[in-house]
Design a protein around this ligand. Sequence first.
Ligand code: ADP
Length: 150
Amino acid sequence: MKKAVFPGSFDPVTLGHVDIIERALPLFDEIILGIGVNSDKKYMFSLEERVNFLNETFKQEKKIRVETYTGLTVDFCKKENAGFILRGLRNALDLEFEKTIGQANFEMAGIETVFLIASPGKGHISSTVVRDIKKHGGDYGFMVPAIVKP
Ligand code: ADP
């Protein structure tokens, strides 16, 4: 059984995440959406909201499960018996950032990271921009699934 963990903050889930997750579905038997909880980090949406957004967005999809975790992503993967990490790449900055993490994760645990490149027209979408628009009272609906829309 091929299992992947897609780790992230999902603060909030965006149509960019949805693009990567849906395109990865044929590659795996199960994809676990792992919301990493970092007590040093400030989030805009509560953990309950972020879990609910993901559960609602993918409620029809039997191969997807939503979980939260603390600590190292590789330890969470081992606990879940997942051999792969799924990540998305938007640009060269993402690649540089992801490269070292992917290499470290492979060295630490032999877990491969599978990267999918953002679909055309999706690479500009980011949770950071959504949070910024929200903070200033703008409409961020075009970047997020229906359940997240204001
Ligand atoms: P983190 O807080 O770990 O950066 P995010 O929730 O922001 O978590 O992102 C999780 C993953 O989703 C990362 O691999 C990121 O590159 C990817 N991702 C985010 N937005 C997009 C997008 N628009 N297209 C493709 N991948 C994306």
